[in-house]
Write a protein that binds this ligand. Structure first.
Ligand SMILES: NC(=O)c1ccc[n+]([C@@H]2O[C@H](COP(=O)([O-])OP(=O)(O)OC[C@H]3O[C@@H](n4cnc5c(N)ncnc54)[C@H](O)[C@@H]3O)[C@@H](O)[C@H]2O)c1
Length: 357
């Protein structure tokens, strides 16, 4: 299958590109190369004849039309987005432009192309979204595909809006679509402004590891390579017009996650003190959702998919990857905003912080 992947130079998109090529698919990687992109993420496949890169912006409809007509894809996996909640608090406009208007452009370019080809039933527009569209859970309960949308941040609101557009293009125009909503990802090539790499890299630099609030927010962590596998499973087997939640079956508090990372580092790179001694609690993020947790029944029952690694196994692989790939993360640390506390909406002196989806 020839797949047009948007955002394929980002964290999850690059895992999808690497996995799709390994599975024998052809890939057109469309990416605007924003601050969050890194072409090194796809260096392993860049020379493969099945891989093509298109430097383009999903806000540019004419560019999208050209890419569809040049490459004639069988499917689209749409991951390009502004993805950082803290940045959405400081500057929501970019999230509306890319996540909402950009998705609208992708849908219209895909619809035009699909209609011109005689509306092939096998075509798929796969929209990759987040569990954050459902808002926050209390201590109990799980997000199912029927949970009402209640986004709380500009980021999650923009993703919710894009999900609604995809659904409407299916209902109104018959465009064949699938939507996936996943929990927090972690793993290799995670941009160093997000929680897991920030914790690892600050620990290695013997710097305080800041945790928002009391650290009792709960997330359901999904190893990125498992996510890429799930996405390709849904693309090929998911029912037209349906949503699938993808979770890691790995609920843990932010503090618990940080403590696990510190323990792995203590064993792999022992220091004079435990890395957990570096943990520092800082002011919470505004509108910080308490708990996200996925009910994965649909993807498991319909498509037989389950994550392949436990949280402990995935974190161990991730820490080892960061220890082995210092050249990769060092090159990204000088990018604007990386290592700064963003999204606080206060004028108090800046404290470097960690961001959690
Ligand atoms: N990271 C997570 O834990 C997580 C969880 C749930 C859902 N998601 C969703 O998965 C998708 C990928 O997330 P990620 O963490 O890999 O993001 P990322 O920020 O690492 O990568 C996003 C990519 O999109 C590209 N991009 C941004 N704006 C663009 C534009 N206007 N035109 C073309 N390309 C553009 C960037 O250059 C970058 O390569 C996003 O849609 C995100 O909402 C992520």
């Amino acid at each position: 299958m020839k797949i047009l992947v948007t955002g394929g130079a980002g964290f999850i998109g690059s895992a999808v590109v690497r996995r799709a090529i390994a599975d024998g698919h052809q890939v057109v990687n469309l990416d605007a190369l924003t601050y969050a992109a890194c072409l090194d993420n796809v260096a392993d496949v860049a020379g493969d004849p099945a891989y093509v890169f298109e430097h383009a912006d999903i806000r540019n409809r004419a560019a999208l039309d050209g890419i569809f007509s040049r490459h004639r894809p069988d499917a689209v996996m749409h991951l390009a987005a502004e993805s950082h909640v803290d940045r959405s608090i400081d500057g929501p406009g970019a999230f509306i432009e890319t996540n909402v208007n950009g998705t609208y452009n992708m849908l219209e370019a895909a619809r035009t192309y699909w209609q011109a080809r005689g509306k092939p039933a096998a075509f798929r527009f796969h929209h990759i979204s987040t569990d954050e569209v459902y808002g926050s859970l209390g201590a109990d309960g799980l997000f199912t595909e029927d949970t009402p949308y209640a986004p709380n941040s500009p980021y999650s609101a923009s993703k919710a809006a894009s999900d609604h557009l995809v659904r409407a293009w299916h209902e109104t125009y018959g465009l064949p679509v699938v939507i996936t909503n996943c929990s927090n990802n972690y793993g290799p090539y995670h941009f160093p402004e997000k929680l897991v790499p920030v914790v690892i890299l600050r620990a290695l630099s013997d710097l305080p590891i800041p945790i928002y609030g009391t650290g009792d927010n709960i997330r359901d962590w999904l190893y990125v390579e498992d996510h890429a596998d799930a996405l390709l499973t849904v693309l090929q087997g998911g029912r037209n017009g349906r949503s699938y939640n993808i979770g890691g079956e790995n609920e843990v508090t932010n503090l618990g996650l940080v403590q696990k990372l510190c323990a792995i580092l203590d064993s792999k790179r022992p220091a004079k003190h435990s890395y957990a001694d570096l943990v520092t609690f800082v002011a919470d993020r505004p509108g910080h959702d308490l708990r996200y947790a996925i009910d994965p029944t649909r993807i498991r029952m319909e498509l037989g998919w389950r994550p392949s690694v436990t949280l402990d196994q995935g974190l161990e692989k991730t820490v080892q990857w960061y220890l082995d790939n210092e050249h990769w993360w060092r090159a990204l640390q000088s990018r604007a905003g990386v290592g700064e506390r963003l999204g606080k909406q206060q004028t108090a002196p800046q404290m470097r912080g960690v961001s959690v989806g």
